[in-house]
Write a protein that binds this ligand. Structure first.
Ligand code: NAD
Length: 481
């Protein structure tokens, strides 16, 4: 069984303690390999490598950084089979999701390469007549990227690509559920010519190595994609040393189904929003609001669709989704379903574990709006449907959440769709689509407990750069004394 090291300064190195931890295939329970178990003792080595990598990378001409990032994209495509198989095995992705994830990763790297030459800033009109004022943009330095398990390749790639485009170096701490994918990505990008020390990976657990990394004074910024609970911890740590912070956290995303829709069509769209990757998507359409009197008709159509989903071999193109990531995730889905049932919700389909970690696609009609199924992120294939009497009530219920990540509005009425888009308090609203959408250049992030800042395209680049005002006196100015 293969053992993988951290990836520091362009090569694999074992943990200082020599300890490892297993990475499991969620579909079979098989151990795929062992990863280095990082601790505080590994942090100094990783930071020193990243500081040296930063000095080299930031000094390269933009055209050179652009070329290397483009080569990285090509290398990801060349390593398609390797990355695809890791996504199938280590993250329990279906073949459809895994293919999308590898190709989208290459696309994200190309989009980031395009940002390298667009680090524009300003010249300013001045109060003082003889002063030239320039605003320039400089990279922050070393950015710590802490990534989740659910889209372990593309989210990691997106979280590193734009800070790299801005001239930063990165240390990534991937999810302990998917360390091997992160090491594979680092090796692919290194082979493509990304210089040593520019992208480093330290594998291990959050408290053991994520926290010491986050505390390190020579880390200048932190990007976390993960749960809101982890986001709160990281924000507290970052505050102590004023680190630049980008947090992409959880959601309980509303999907509004307006009365003009054909309900079978709406249910087919909603099923993709709710059940892709077994609901383990931050933007999953987990709360569905249907305009009266169509609520039950829609919910029954969605239940029929859910019950018909093919749950088989992950390598079979027909398979709609696979396992949850671990037993804790199964327990959470079970508890949410149980609470909905006890609160008077009707389980129209699903609600049980099929086998292993594969949980049935579950549709709940009318759960209590104060319970976990409606208020908390399940991160599983459990979707709740309620009916609302009016458009205004739909929007009001959609906004009854501590989260505000993403929303969808299904309608053919563009006017009402746009009204909803303006009134829903979320980082993104998709009219004519479910809530699970992405684009390399779009600002992804959320309101409220869904996070701070936006990632993607120029928004990430702006976030991970410092602005500096430089002024030049070009003439005599009057002095006060
Ligand atoms: P998680 O919060 O458990 O873990 C995320 C990462 O944080 C992992 O690498 C983990 O090791 C690390 N971590 C945990 N505790 C830490 C600590 N104390 N210090 C430092 N690092 C720590 O989340 P997860 O289960 O891997 O991912 C699922 C969550 O991610 C969901 O809540 C989902 O909504 C969210 N997510 C959000 C987005 C988005 O764009 N907003 C995208 C994907 C996932």
């Amino acid at each position: 069984m293969k053992t993988y090291g951290h990836f520091i300064n362009g090569r694999e190195v074992p943990a200082t303690t020599s300890e490892t931890f297993p990475s499991y295939a969620p579909m079979t329970g098989e151990i795929l390999g062992y990863a280095a178990r990082g601790t505080a003792a590994d942090v100094a080595t990783a930071v020193a490598a990243a500081r040296a990598g930063f000095a080299h990378w930031a000094a390269l001409p933009p055209a050179e950084r652009e070329r290397i990032l483009l080569d990285c994209a090509t290398a990801v495509e060349a390593d398609y089979d390797l990355l695809l198989n890791l996504l199938l095995d280590e993250s329990g992705s279906t073949i459809v999701k895994a293919k999308y994830e590898v190709l989208y990763t290459a696309s994200v790297l190309r989009a980031a390469a395009g940002e390298v030459r667009r680090l524009y800033a300003d010249t300013l009109p001045n109060e003082k007549p003889h002063r030239l004022s320039l605003v320039i943009r400089e990279p922050l330095g070393v950015v710590l990227v802490i990534s989740p398990f659910n889209a372990p390749l593309v989210l990691l790639a997106k979280m590193i690509a734009f800070p790299l485009a801005a001239g930063n170096a990165v240390i990534a701490k991937p999810s302990e559920e998917t360390p091997l994918i992160a090491i594979a990505l680092a090796q692919t990008l290194s082979r493509a010519g990304l210089p040593a020390g520019v992208f480093n990976v330290v594998t291990g657990f959050g408290a053991e190595c994520g926290e010491p990394l986050a505390r390190h004074p020579q880390i200048n910024g932190i990007a976390l994609t993960g749960s809101t609970a982890t986001g709160v911890k990281i924000a507290q740590i970052a505050a102590a040393s004023m680190k630049r912070l980008q947090l992409e956290l959880g959601g309980k995303n509303p999907l509004l189904v307006l009365g003009d829709m054909a309900m079978d069509e709406a249910a087919a769209i909603a099923a993709v929003g709710a059940f892709s990757h077994a609901g383990q998507i931050c933007m999953s359409s987990a709360r569905i609001l249907v305009e009266a009197p169509h609520g039950k008709t829609f919910a029954e159509a969605l239940a029929r669709k859910a019950a018909s989903l093919h749950l088989g071999d992950l390598r079979d193109e027909r398979t709609a989704y696979g396992p949850l990531i671990n037993q804790r995730a199964v327990e959470k889905a079970r508890q949410h379903v149980q609470a909905a049932r006890e609160g008077g919700g009707e389980i129209l389909t699903g609600g049980e574990l099929l086998h292993g970690l594969v949980f049935q696609p579950t549709v709940i009609w009318n759960p209590p709006r104060s319970g976990p199924c409606w208020c908390e992120e399940t991160f599983g294939p459990v979707v709740s449907v309620v009916e609302a009497d009016s458009f205004e009530q739909m929007v009001a219920i959609a906004n009854e959440s501590d989260y505000g990540l993403s929303a969808g509005v299904l309608t053919n009425d563009l006017h009402r769709g746009m009204m909803a888009a303006r009134q829903i308090r979320c980082g993104s609203v998709h009219v004519g689509a479910h809530s699970f959408q992405s684009d390399p250049l779009a600002p992804i992030g959320g309101y409220g407990m869904s996070g701070i800042g936006r990632s993607g395209g120029k928004y990430s680049v702006e976030h991970f750069t410092e602005l500096k005002w430089i002024s030049v006196e070009l003439g005599e100015t009057a002095r006060p004394f």
